[in-house]
Ligand binder design. Structure first.
Ligand code: CU
Length: 289
């Protein structure tokens, strides 16, 4: 589904990105020219370039596991080839009657155990790191709805809805099924606590380059964090089948330098609090649904 979704992006945009020869393509004039766009491209086979410490960890683990899988596959195919070549009825007419070989059995039990432990421990470490936001300077509340996201900065009394841009309303530079009417603006280089919930069915807030993928479950508050390496526009999608418009609730994150985020806060805040230092990291319970 995702594949066909990207394939249907306007051809002009797709070829523009290919011409750029990279995953980063500048937005056409009129939009936020300063921000590089991390977007999926045709035939992209790997994840988008990581843009947070957690995503770098995830990509490292994914690369390591891919290498392990490749080595095991090569080994198994080589062994099977050797058996077929060496022990076929013609080459080896009198079959072996061996049934057990204790040292061999111990070895082929222990090696997979060691491999699995070698995968499990880095994986647990990552899972643990994803779950805690050390020293978060900013709290973002994400709520999934059928079928849009709403965002809130409880410390600043700011909340807004973010809807997909309908095909008829796409402007040059917008990405079909990825661009939204009200992008989520976040500061780059700051630890951000992300609390995720839903108000109808289960959704999942997933922004791959930021290493974030959290289920949005009604009645639960799930927490994760990110720290965006550099300013840019990052896209994500709902990753939990949530109904007929599941494919029409994308996520657009505009990571901007701190000063710009401060200005954005000032322009949107309904209350007097405006500086990050002034805002306690405690979520304002009243503003959470
Ligand atoms: Cu959803």
């Amino acid at each position: 589904m995702t594949r066909s979704l990207f394939a249907r992006l306007p051809n002009a945009l797709a070829s523009a990105a290919i011409a750029a020869g990279a995953l980063c393509a500048a937005l056409p004039a009129g939009a936020d020219e300063a921000l590089p766009v991390e977007r999926p491209t045709d035939w992209g086979l790997w994840t988008l370039p990581p843009a947070s410490p957690i995503m770098r960890g995830i990509e490292g683990l994914n690369n390591a596991i891919t290498i392990i899988i490749a080595l095991i596959t090569v080994l198994v195919f080589a062994l099977m080839g050797y058996i077929v070549w060496k022990f076929n009825a013609k080459a080896h007419p009198k079959p072996s009657v061996r049934t057990h070989n204790t040292p061999l059995e111990v070895i082929w039990t222990l090696i997979p155990v060691v491999i699995l432990l070698g995968i499990a421990f880095p994986s647990f470490r990552l899972l643990y790191a994803e779950g805690r936001a050390p020293d978060a300077k900013l709290t973002l509340k994400v709520t999934g709805h059928q079928w849009y996201w709403s965002y809130a900065f409880p410390d600043y009394g700011i909340s807004f809805d973010s809807n997909v841009i309908q095909d008829a309303d796409l402007k040059p530079g917008d990405l079909r099924l990825l661009s939204v009417d009200a992008p989520l603006v976040l500061p780059a280089g700051v630890d951000i606590r992300i609390q995720v919930s839903a108000d109808d069915v289960i959704h999942s807030w997933s922004v791959v380059p930021l290493g974030v993928k959290v289920d949005a479950v009604p009645g639960r508050l799930n927490e994760t964090w990110t720290n965006i390496d550099k300013p840019g526009i990052y896209f994500g999608q709902c990753s939990q089948l949530c109904g007929v418009n599941h494919g029409y609730m994308p996520i657009e994150v505009r990571a901007v330098p701190m000063a710009e985020f401060q200005a954005w806060l000032d322009a949107h805040k309904p209350t007097k609090k405006s500086s990050l230092e002034g805002g306690a990291a405690l979520a304002d319970a009243a503003s959470q649904r």
